[in-house]
Design a protein around this ligand. Sequence first.
Ligand code: MIC
Length: 651
Amino acid sequence: MPLNVTQKLIQSHLVSGEMTPGTEIGLRIDQSLTQDATGTMVMLELEAMNLDRVKTELSVQYVDHNLLQTDYKNADDHLFLRSACQRFGLWYSRPGNGISHAVHTERFGIPGKSLIGSDSHTPAAGGMGMLAFGAGGIDVAIAIAGEPMYVKMPQIMGVKLTGKLPDWTSAKDVVLEMLRRYDVDGGRGKIIEYYGEGLDCLSAMDRHVIANMGTELGATTTVFPSDQKIQQFLQSQDREEDWVELVADEGAEYDLYEEIDLAQIEPMIACPSSPGNVVRVQEVAGKEVNQVVIGSSANPGLRDFWIVSAIVKDKVVSDRVSFDVNPTSRQTIENLAAIDSAFLDLIHSGARFHQAGCLGCIGMGQAPASDQISLRTMPRNFPGRSGTADDKVYLCSPETAAAAALTGEITDPRRLEDIYTMKYPQFVPPEKEIINTDMLVAPPDNNSEIELEKGPNIKSFPEFEKLRDRVNVPVLLKVSDNISTDEILPAGTRVLPYRSNIPAISQFVYYMVDDTFNERAQAAQEKFGGHVIVAGENYAQGSSREHAAIAPRYLGQVAVLAKSYARIGWQNLVNFGILPLEFANPADYNSIEEADQLELVDIRESLRQKAPIAVRNVNKDLTYKAQYSLSDRQIEIMLAGGLINWYKSRN
Ligand code: MIC
């Protein structure tokens, strides 16, 4: 049978299950990637699991999120991660070396290999023909310990690309067009594979942009073939020997089909406050802009920075606009500096040039002014994520961002031809990039004696009890559709330093939605032994941060009762022993109110029987049927009270 690229990747890594959509499969994991904001917890989990040394072919720890050092906490985390890399045998990418996804693609990614990362944008590596998944930290820790990664076999959606992108548009506009068509949940349960002759106009880093933001579609991952474009890319990275060809067989088929004629793509923009809220730039042109930020894992390529420098060359950005440039990596900075006057052109135009990293993308500084528009080449604009509560963040291509920086208003970049009588600048990539690997520290051969270096803010992983059989607990919060992990547990300068301290970070759970939540959760834990949350569709979309499950569990969350879940958020609930229940009849959602008391009985036996759980609303005297779609393995994990308890009981 002719196979597509996804099927080839899955087949070559399959250790259990069959490629039947909806059933659980186990996959061998070759490489792992962790970043600091989620990685500290991964290292604490490795410690809790008593791991001696990584069992993957390669594992890399990046420091790219928690870069601001407003006190000792983040700096302590960096040292802790360095010691953990030495202790467990990981590579360490030093603070300021750059954003995990791009650095991994440039330095370590290999077509045909599998990758798991404690960051939801890990699928970016699918741009170079890898099978790459974002996951909660504990799933990454388990893979580092040599266990397979489990996922429900997705449907494979083939997106045929035809034609060639017009001037003033680029890869970001393509993925924004996908978001316009499918919104933030249209990719759920799917792997998106791009194919067709349109691929010829997309470089490896352009494909990275599209694969990165496949996460915003809710997709399990995104896959591109490994063709001549990837070969050229690996040549430019001095790693040609890592190239293998991986293309679909002649006559390969997909479960679902979609098509995009690239020639029809126009500059697109995602409006506040969802990546799925996409319109053509023209439709919102003229709105005054106060901030423009270039960078992030969603537009990390050298081209993405060069095109902006070429557009702003010999001009000065609007005096209303803060023009922030967040380079992807030190490699980007060195190479930008080596291309004619590109670096100087940016600086001269007024750019505020920052260190390499994620920065404002996760609210680590760069908060916009109140009630002002910020245009960003980033992947996400969930409410308040920027650090400003009433933010108005738009997501767009580097071309659209540069145009707004110059004019001070949202501007279709095609208009620059008239405003400045300029032609679309054509990027000629260097045949060989400047490569500097000095900021990547290799793991030592002998690791067993090394001590973990824990600052006072780093607290060991909390212990959780096994699942109870009966609970009678209040609904502490009722939320609507598409609640993101940024709303469940925000990031930003205030909260992120507590990622290695669950008791401390738990005070911020649901803080953005209801700042009395923590207090009420503690009271409910004392009085009733816990609480539940009621939610709409696609609960816990967005980031992979497992803290959005661990911290609620720490506060006594027993179950979530939702209409549906986002993949990683759902998996994280299971991993930390919170029941991810679904309404058998979604209309039941309407009859529950905050503070209703819900009684769940025979929980353990129902799980063993894989039977629905009856949820009695004590206040309304109603009973709802709650279902769940857990595999046998996940049921064992739930009964044990979470993945760590389960792992320990087997090792
Ligand atoms: C994000 O883009 O939301 C993040 C920050 O990269 C997260 C990880 C985190 O919360 O630390 C992600 O996407 O997984």
